[in-house]
Design a protein around this ligand. Sequence first.
Ligand code: C2E
Ligand code: MG
Ligand code: MG
Ligand code: MG
Length: 285
Amino acid sequence: EVKRRGRGACMLFEPGMMEQSLEQARLANELRQALERSQFVLHYQPVVQMATGQVSGVEALVRWQSPARGLVPPGLFIPIAETSDLILALGDWVLRTATRDIAQRLAQLPANFELHVNVSARQLIQSDFSATLQQALHDSGLPPQHLTLELTESVLIEQDGQTEERLREIRAQGVKIAIDDFGTGYSSLAYLGLLPFDCLKIDRSFVRNLCSSPQDAAIVSAVLHMAEGFDVAVVAEGVETAAQAQRLRQMGCSHAQGYWFGRPVPLEQVDWSTRALPGSAAENL
Ligand code: C2E
Ligand code: MG
Ligand code: MG
Ligand code: MG
């Protein structure tokens, strides 16, 4: 952690650092206990198919229901879990819980339904990751074609040639790969062309100003064309307004996700109804 700060190594002597690392150590301990005490919960956020407004999938997003701290968002504990093997145990719990949750209600869901699960670099590089995945699918009874694993762009470039092999193993099992937060990493387009993947998720930072920034609109448009050329699905993240949804649909974006369609909520609270999209036939009636 210190090394990665590079030139900012003088940070070591800044006041507050000591408390910060103590707090981190405390958190790491609490997280270990939290797993033993079953304090993690999954929320699910709908992914909507733009052509139909149908909820075509959900993304599983982990939270920590801490008695002392309340509901803690993953941004506050995943990075800490990732500094140790804790992320392996937590990631395994997420994979098992999400596949079981969705397998149980698969009969009520559309035939093309996709469960999206986030996976950390550290999980992916485990030599037994494929076996772990296989086990989760087997135990839950979820057919592999209903599962997509989300990996961030940085995960994919930080790794060596092993990553490509691992992705091929996963796809050989019938599970799909999505590149999460696309556009925020530093992967070269040439490298991207070598990676096997099935879906690009456009980071919400490009969606935020889609309607006001011609530059951001150009980036989104370019990614949509690239996805079409690669013959992969696209999910636009962070859609918060009707205007953004309408614009994305006009641009030919196949899928979207965001507060406008639904926030992440416990599974039993997910609104499965088909969304009326702005500017669609349903709305013009
Ligand atoms: P992500 O995978 O990119 O997930 C999308 C994040 O954007 C979620 O934050 C979601 O609540 C938020 N979001 C969705 N729609 C909107 C919107 O319209 N506006 C805004 N402002 N935000 C929106 P969340 O749940 O706090 O998760 C943050 C990140 O934590 C995730 O980003 C993912 O990288 C990581 N994460 C979550 N669950 C897991 C997990 O089980 N394993 C791992 N390794 N990482 C996870
Ligand atoms: Mg994700
Ligand atoms: Mg994302
Ligand atoms: Mg994101």
